[in-house]
Write a protein that binds this ligand. Structure first.
Ligand code: UD1
Ligand code: MG
Length: 467
C-alpha cells in the first residue's frame, strides 16, 4: 500500500428531472440503486490497485433516506452533510469540513471525486486516470469525452498550455460548439484541491460554486479524453436511466459471452450485474435473471424464465415461463414449463418438477418427481418418491404452518392431499384421491375415499334433455 485516496461521492443533489418518488442516489438501476454502482467500482478500484482508500458520501437532499440506505449496506462509508446545495465545489468543501467522515480527509494524498449519478463508470477508467496522474506527476486529472450533442455538459476549453472548463450556462455560442465535455470525474492531489477550493467563488450565471473551477490554464493538470464516452453517462432523466440500465446489462452479457455462455438473442435478455453463469449454458430470449443468482455449466434457461437470488447447478434445465425466487435447483434437475419455485425450494439432483407446480420452503431429495399441477409447502420428500398429478400439502390451518414428511421410494397417487402435520414413511403407497390425516409407517398402504355406488339406468334422471 503506497497510495492513499479519499474518494468522495457527490450525492446531495435533488434529481428533480427523474420525477421519482425517491432521492436520486436511490433511484432504481438494474436490481440495485444508482449509488451502489460508484461505491462498488470504487471498492474494486482500491483493491485492484492496492490503495488504502476510504469512501465518503456527500449527502443533502432527503439525506436521512440516503444515509440509512448506505449505512445498512456499506457500514464502512463516512458522510458529509451539505446543508444547502450551493454547487459541486461547495459539496467538496462540506466533505473536507465534515466531522462524520470517519477519517481525516485532508490527509489523503489524493482526492477522487465521482458523482452518484454515473453508474456506468468502472474501476478501469479510474485506474487509467490514476496511472496517468502518477506517470506525469500531475496535480489533477479530469476525465473528458467527445459528445456529439454536448448540451448540458461543461465544455473542455483547451489552450496553449492546459485547459479550463466552462459550464453550458456560462458559455458563449463559440464555446458551446465544443464537443469535448467534462465527465464530472476527477482525481486530484489533496494539497492542490484544498489550495484551489479556497479561491472558488460563485460569480457565474447559476450563482453556484463550481468544482470545475479548480482547473485553470497553465497549471499542472490534464483533461484526459476517453474514447468510450458512453461510460460517463450521467443519469438526470428517466431516458438516461434506461440508457444506463441498458449499458450495464450489455456489458454484463458481453462478459458472459466471452466466458462461453450462449444466447439465442441477447438483446432480449435482462441479466443483472451480480449474476454468474457457467460455460456451455444457453439462455433463451425474454429471460430476467437478477440478484445473487449463480447458474452452473451447461444449464438451459428457456424463454420467459424469471430467476432471482437462486442457485442452479450444472446440467439443470429451467423450462419456459418458470419463476424461481431464492430457490435451489440441483444438478440435472428440471423445473417447468410454468413452474414456480418460491423461497426455500430445494430441488434435489435429477429431480423433475413439471408444469403448474408450486413449491415453497421444501426439500425434495434426488430423483423426486412432481410432474403436474401440485402445491408443496413446508415439506420434506425423500429420494425417488413419485408424486402424482394434483397433489396438495395442506400446510396451513388458518393460523400456523405445519410440516409434511414423505419418505423415500414412496408413491403418492394423483388428486391426494396430506393434512399437515403428517409423516408418511419410506416405501409407502397412497391410493389416488386420498386425504391423508394420519401418519403412515414404512411400507404401508393407505386409501381414504368414498365408496363408489353405480345404479344402472339412473343417469337419465340427472341429464337434461334437449328440447
Ligand atoms: C457537472 C459539471 C459539468 C459536467 C457534468 C457531468 C460542475 C459545476 N459541472 O454538471 O461540468 O459536464 O457534471 O455530468 O461541477 N451535487 C451536490 N451538491 C450540489 C450540487 C451537485 O452534491 O450542491 C452533486 C449532484 O448530486 C450530482 C453531482 O454533484 O451527483 C453533479 O451535479 P449536477 O447538478 O448533476 O451537475 P451538472 O450540471 O450535471
Ligand atoms: Mg449531472
Amino acid at each position: 500500500m503506497d497510495l492513499t485516496i479519499g474518494a468522495v461521492i457527490l450525492a446531495a443533489g435533488e434529481g428533480k428531472r427523474l420525477k421519482l418518488n425517491a432521492p436520486k442516489p436511490l433511484a432504481p438501476c438494474l436490481d440495485k440503486k444508482l449509488v451502489d454502482f460508484p461505491i462498488r467500482e470504487l471498492k474494486k478500484f482500491f483493491s485492484q490497485n492496492h490503495i488504502d482508500g476510504k469512501i465518503t458520501a456527500v449527502i443533502g437532499h432527503q439525506r436521512e433516506l440516503v444515509r440509512s440506505y448506505i449505512e445498512k449496506n456499506y457500514p464502512d462509508i463516512g458522510y458529509a452533510i451539505q446543508a444547502e446545495q450551493k454547487g459541486t465545489a461547495d459539496a467538496l468543501r462540506s466533505y473536507f469540513d465534515s466531522t462524520e467522515t470517519k477519517v481525516i480527509t485532508k490527509e489523503f494524498q489524493y482526492t477522487l471525486v465521482i458523482c452518484a449519478d454515473t453508474p456506468v463508470v468502472s474501476a478501469s477508467e479510474l485506474t487509467e486516470m490514476l496511472e496517468l496522474l502518477k506517470k506525469e506527476n500531475l496535480d489533477g486529472v479530469a476525465a473528458s469525452f467527445i459528445e456529439k450533442n454536448p448540451k448540458g455538459y461543461g465544455r473542455i476549453v483547451r489552450g496553449k498550455k492546459g485547459f479550463h472548463i466552462i459550464e453550458e450556462k456560462d458559455a458563449t455560442d463559440e464555446i458551446r460548439k465544443i464537443t469535448e465535455v467534462n465527465s464530472g470525474l476527477y482525481i486530484l492531489k489533496t494539497s492542490y484541491v484544498l489550495e484551489h477550493l479556497k479561491q472558488i467563488d460563485s460569480n457565474n450565471k447559476s450563482g453556484e460554486f463550481y468544482l470545475t473551477d479548480v482547473f485553470k490554464d497553465g497549471l499542472n493538470v490534464k483533461a484526459h479524453c476517453f474514447p468510450n464516452g458512453e461510460v460517463f453517462l450521467g443519469v438526470n432523466t428517466l431516458h438516461q436511466l434506461e440508457e444506463a440500465d441498458h449499458a450495464l446489462r450489455s456489458r454484463k452479457k458481453k462478459e458472459l459471452k466471452e466466458n462461453g455462455v450462449r444466447f439465442i438473442d441477447s438483446s432480449h435478455c435482462y441479466i443483472d450485474s451480480d449474476v454468474q453463469i457457467g460455460e456451455g449454458s444457453v439462455i433463451y430470449p425474454n429471460t430476467f435473471i437478477s440478484g445473487q443468482t449463480t447458474i452452473g455449466k451447461n444449464v438451459v434457461i428457456e424463454m420467459g424464465a424469471q430467476i432471482s437470488n437462486s442457485i442452479i447447478e450444472d446440467d439443470a434445465t429451467v423450462l419456459a415461463y418458470s419463476i424461481l425466487e431464492n430457490a435451489h435447483l440441483r444438478s440435472k434437475a428440471s423445473a417447468g414449463p410454468f413452474a414456480r419455485l418460491r423461497p426455500g425450494a430445494d430441488i434435489g439432483a435429477g429431480a423433475k418438477i413439471g408444469n403448474f407446480v408450486e413449491i415453497k420452503k421444501s426439500i425434495l431429495s434426488q430423483g423426486v418427481k412432481v410432474s403436474h399441477l401440485s402445491y408443496i409447502g413446508d415439506a420434506y420428500i425423500g429420494e425417488n418418491t413419485n408424486i402424482g398429478c394434483g397433489f396438495i400439502t395442506c400446510n396451513f390451518d388458518g393460523v400456523s404452518k405445519h410440516i409434511t414428511k414423505i419418505g423415500k421410494n414412496s408413491f403418492i397417487g394423483s388428486d391426494s392431499q396430506t393434512i399437515a402435520p403428517v409423516d408418511i414413511g419410506d416405501d409407502c403407497f397412497v391410493a389416488s384421491s386420498s386425504t391423508i390425516t394420519k401418519n403412515m409407517p414404512n411400507g404401508s398402504f393407505a386409501i381414504s375415499r368414498g365408496q363408489q355406488t353405480t345404479k344402472d339406468g339412473m343417469a337419465k334422471k340427472f341429464l337434461k334433455k334437449k328440447e
